[in-house]
Design a binder for this molecule. Structure first.
Ligand code: PXL
Length: 272
């Protein structure tokens, strides 16, 4: 049976992030996708300028139609949120529908810096949403926000494990912490219901916006294919490494994100 996922994320018109990443990746993985937009932007916020329409006022009506249609999903996957009220709307959606898998990518910032459009209130609300998740995929910056730690780019393995344990006590039993940087390697920490490991791979520079969206989309997809979290993380980071090599080879500007289109066939169903 084909699996179905509800993607709650922004539409950034340009720059390969959020919905323009999640839709192709999850579709290639053989999953049927529905989309609830949280905001519509001309381009993502890492470019020097952007315009943004907050979709909050339309979301409740939009979701109520899905309810009327009695749509059912195997999973919900949330990413970039455009306002604090959206969290309340999404929490309501969680109780109105039954989602066996709740994947929350707590998009708030990167490299110690919170994105321009994320207020303190939104970060606080994100912590609340995370409590309802089955899987979360924070980067190190987001891990620090979620656990009330000052940002630090050289956390020890034990610190990361303790922070995961702290979050797991509040809800999500599966956590992947992305973007753990050493000089020449990049790591993902996997916390899976008490088990903990860190997988390191070669760092392929430059790092690019939208990488976290490729990663979280694949983790969402693999959770629906019942791939264990450690294997899913390995496969996602291998795929991203391949795409980053191509991005470099094609001279894709950094802000234009991860060039994944050339490699989508690697995700087709035979590989699931
Ligand atoms: O990739 C994360 C992301 C999602 N959505 C918007 C963003 C970013 C990162 O910059 O700006 C609008």
């Amino acid at each position: 049976m084909q699996k179905k996922i509800a993607i709650i994320n922004d539409i950034s018109g340009f720059g390969r992030c959020s919905v323009t990443v999640a839709l192709p990746i999850l579709s290639a993985m053989g999953i049927s996708c529905g989309v609830v937009p949280t905001a519509i932007l001309s381009n993502h916020t890492e470019y020097p300028d952007y315009s943004m329409l907050d979709f909050t006022p339309y979301m409740e009506d939009y979701i109520s139609k899905w309810k009327q249609l009695e749509l059912q999903f195997d999973a919900i996957y949330t990413g970039f949120l455009g306002s604090a009220k959206q969290i309340a709307i999404i929490k309501q959606m969680l109780s109105d529908f039954h989602f066996p898998h709740v994947i929350v990518d707590p998009v708030m910032g990167d490299h110690g810096i919170i994105y321009d459009s994320y207020t303190k209130e939104m970060c606080a609300q994100m912590k609340e949403l995370v409590r309802h998740a089955t899987i979360i995929t924070p980067n190190v910056t987001e891990l620090c926000v979620l656990t009330d730690h000052t940002y630090c780019d050289n956390l020890t393995d034990i610190q990361i494990q303790n922070m995961c344990t702290q979050i797991a006590k509040t809800g999500p039993k599966q956590i992947v912490v992305t973007g753990i940087e050493t000089e020449d390697k990049i790591g993902n920490a996997i916390y899976d219901d008490g088990d903990f490991e860190i997988q390191y791979t070669k760092k392929i520079l430059p790092l690019r916006p939208g990488t976290g969206d490729v990663f979280a989309s694949m983790i969402a997809g693999y959770s629906l294919h019942n791939t264990n979290l450690s294997q899913a993380t390995k496969k996602a980071s291998r795929f991203i490494a391949t795409c980053l090599e191509t991005s470099k080879e094609f001279n894709i500007p950094i802000n234009d994100g991860v060039c994944f289109e050339e490699h989508l066939s690697l995700l087709f169903q035979k590989n699931k």
